[in-house]
Every structure is written in structure tokens, then in C-alpha cells.
Design a protein. Sequence first.
Length: 316
Amino acid sequence: MTELKPYKGDYYLWRYIPSLPAAIVFIALFGIITALHSWRMFRRRLWFYIPFVIGGVFEAVGYVGRAKANSGTDVLMPYVIQSFFLLVAPALLAATIYMTLGRLITSVNGAEYSIIRPRWLTRLFVIGDLASFMVQGGGAGMMTSGNNQKLGEHIVVGGLWVQIIMFGLFMITSAIFHVRFMKKSPMVAVCGPAWTRMMYTLYAVSLMIMVRSVFRVIEYTLGHDGYPLNHEWTLYVFDSVLMWLSMVIYFLFGPKDHEIVAKGIQSQETCLEMGSQDDSAASQQGGGYDPGEHHTRRHSRRYSRSDSRRHSRQHH
């Protein structure tokens, strides 16, 4: 029978015995969804998925640590593994989310509607995310080494705040682009459904990671005597479930193929083809002719083709 044991003297790493069944369930859940993302990444050559996939691996490894800790609450290594990998994994998920927005803006030729140019947008947020990752990792290392544990907790909280601030700025940037593009861009007429779905996917995943980060700030601020570190269910509700759902949502509704590419011309041509097919289908079905809609689509195609040619000239 498992029992809660001290690590050294009367110092306890854990305030409860980690649940083995819960850890096994989430090892399986994260293993499956990470395998699905890996399959899509290699099949479609979506290399900006790499941080997302690594983040999923980190999540699974973290729960392996919790499973091992079930029978070894007095052993340091399982505690270190779960503390580090579960803490920093969301920063890797965030990196892919940031890169997705930059590619989305490029794919619909929407740079003029973003407050930050796509090239700099990706760099800015990924650098901020990397800083958050390194600060949290360093703080987690200090905590688990047993030296300067209190300082380590403060450093982790600082890294989490960096992550929260970056996500807040990211969501504001996304929303401003979304509103401007909807109001002003003629590309909306033929590319609306696909890019709109992608935007709401980014909002949903970003919100989940932000809620999780806020929970972690509360957890570390309250410390070992606080409610979260004394009740395991809080971790699974406000971290495990949210991170798994974010990976599921991104797999179901995120970029799958040609919808987001590094060069916008390919996606613009796809949107034009979609628009042409819609026009043909409407005429074959004998639907009423709408001059306004026809003009909007024709203008959108002309606008996109001219921008594609201009983009191609600049590229060469």
C-alpha cells in the first residue's frame, strides 16, 4: 500500500499521494493526440507544428513522472520530471499558436490590417515565449534542487506572468486584425469561412493556455500551504484537461493542409478556386443572380491576383 513519505527529515515533496489511474489516463490521452499531430505534421510538412508536438511529448512525460511518484513520494526524480515538463510544456504549444497567426495573416494577404507585420509578429511573440520558457525552466530547476526554493517559486511566477502578458498582447493583436480584416478586406468574400474558423481556434486555444497560466500563478503564489498544492484535482481541472482540450481543438480545427502556408500566394489561389466553384454551383442550381455578390467576388479575385503578382515580383 502506498503511503506519503518525507523526502528529507520532515520535508515532504508532495502534500498528497499522486493518483496513478489519473496519471495513466493522461499519459494515454496526450500520447494519442501528440501522435495524431505528429502524423499530420510529417504527412503535410507543417514544420511549424514542431514546438506543438514537442509540447505534447513534454505533457506525456510529465504524467509519467506523476505515475512514478505514486509509489515514491520520497524520491526526488519523479517530482522533478513532473514539475519541469508540466510547467514548461504550454510555452511550446504557444510557440506554434503564435506562428499560426503570422501564417494566417500572410495567407489572406492581410498584412496591412495587422498592427504588427507578420514577420515581426512571429518573431516578437516567439522570443517572448522563449523568454517565458527559459525563466520558468530556470525557476523550476532551483525549486527542485532544494536550494533557494522560495526564490525559484518567485522566478517561476515571473515567467508565468511573462507568458500571460504575451498571450494578452497576442489576443489583442489577433482581435484587431480580425475586426479590421472583416470590415475592409475584399478577400473576406471568398476566404471567410476557412480563416474565420482558424481565428476562433486561435482564440479558444489561447484562452485555455492563459487560464492555465493564471491557475499556475495562483498555485505558486499560495505556496505549499495553499489549497491547489494540497488538492490534486485542481491540477487536473485547471491544467491537464485544458491543455489536452487545446491540443484536440487545434487538431480538429487548426491548419490541416493548404489553408495556411508560408507563402500567401498558394492560399490566395485556393480561395479564388473556392470562389469560382461557388459561382459555378450557384449558376448550375439555377439560383437567382445577385449582381452585388458577383461584383464582390469578381473584385476579390482581381484584387487577389494583382496582389499575388506583386508579391511574386517582390519575392523574385
